[in-house]
Design a protein around this ligand. Sequence first.
Ligand SMILES: [Zn+2]
Length: 114
Amino acid sequence: MSDSGRRIVCVCCGVEGPAWPRRLRRACYLRHRYNGRLDAFPLDKAKSLPAYRAGADRAREAYSRLAAERAEEYAFLRSCGESAENAAKRLGISSTTAWRYERAMTTQQSEMAS
Ligand SMILES: [Zn+2]
């Protein structure tokens, strides 16, 4: 679980923090787990509904399509002689993402060469 994502108001203490399961913030989730009291905070039942899962699947698919297109555009810009930094800026991606695309590109090239 990452701290960088969604933030919530914790159901146990009302303090805002990074979203962890059971609508708890991280500190409370870990405390209740340590004390064996997680059952007092049920999982979000809506998330087990078929419609919710279907929606999440669609969102995941849409995101993968977008990511694949961006990786292709990145490879194209790089093949046109654009620097990694400028290609990342033009696509609005982070340097970490650009680095991952670079790695994917070199992996594909070495697979094609072998
Ligand atoms: Zn709390």
